[in-house]
Design a protein around this ligand. Sequence first.
Ligand SMILES: Cc1cc2nc3c(=O)[nH]c(=O)nc-3n(C[C@H](O)[C@H](O)[C@H](O)COP(=O)(O)O)c2cc1C
Ligand code: SF4
Ligand code: SF4
Length: 290
Amino acid sequence: MKDIESVHLVYFSGTGGTALIAESIVNALAKRGIEVSKTELNTADHKDIAADLLIMLYPVYIMTSPKPVDEWIDCSAAVDDLPAAVISVSGGGEIPPNTASRIAVIKKLEHKGYDVYYESMFIMPANVFVSLKDDLAAMILRILPSKTEKAVSDMLSAKRMRAKPFFLDRIFAKLGALEKRSGGSFAKNLKVTDGCTGCSWCKNNCPRNNITIIDGKPVWGGDCVNCFRCIYGCPHKAISVSGFAEKLILKNGFDLQALQERTQYMIELPPVEQVAKGYLFKGIRKYLND
Ligand SMILES: Cc1cc2nc3c(=O)[nH]c(=O)nc-3n(C[C@H](O)[C@H](O)[C@H](O)COP(=O)(O)O)c2cc1C
Ligand code: SF4
Ligand code: SF4
């Protein structure tokens, strides 16, 4: 593999966690004198890349990648053995079924002619199921610079770093793809409450342009990628979620910036084992202790 002098980072981020990692990777590469460009999959026009390395970065959505990632790969031109790295971002870490989250993306990239020589996972405070305690979130946020340094050095070393899928991962990956094919309907669970002021924040920030304001209120279309941005980002908390989807949403919302501000001055953090107990936290424990 030739020396990497330029990198193009393609990423999708619903609620800001992956965007924070993207920024950290861009800075670490730029510090090393690498030319970096990036595409955020956010209603952006598709651009083919002209760089020595493609980094594909995205959050884990139940065993798989968000739809915009697949769409970008489907639309991109075939390449001839161009190096690529795939990084997924999860709330729970490298435990099944999260371990299945890169299989389909890697397969698609390889089909286009990419040489995917590197894969890994970052963790961010989860925006789904259960809110993390602030001290654990603080540890995850604080470890980001050193995790980025490690990932960037590994990617630039060009050493082959591919994970061995777990026994059921290929089945999980197929289930994830099936679930995504039936997607788009998540927004059917969303309703606007009386608190809505018609401010249009949701319309202006949806990464799919899936929201229209009609008679001063948002109306959702059929191209939702369940990123939760409109739900958590509404300045008046005026979007309610019904059905099964309600269980996914954090009761107190998710505001990464506020979390960063709240946790940046926390001085005494407890041992990881004390705040991350049980199987569900196994991936986070490993990530923080490695
Ligand atoms: C629809 C949806 C499904 C998710 N599924 C998983 C999952 O299966 N496992 C996991 O660890 N985290 C899961 N997450 C959490 C995200 O991967 C995690 O919070 C990530 O940091 C979000 O990135 P973002 O802030 O860039 O959108 C899910 C989030 C969403 C919105
Ligand atoms: S962001 Fe909230 S308040 Fe503003 S239009 Fe959308 S739902 Fe209404
Ligand atoms: S409608 Fe809401 S949840 Fe769906 S893609 Fe747009 S911002 Fe994300």
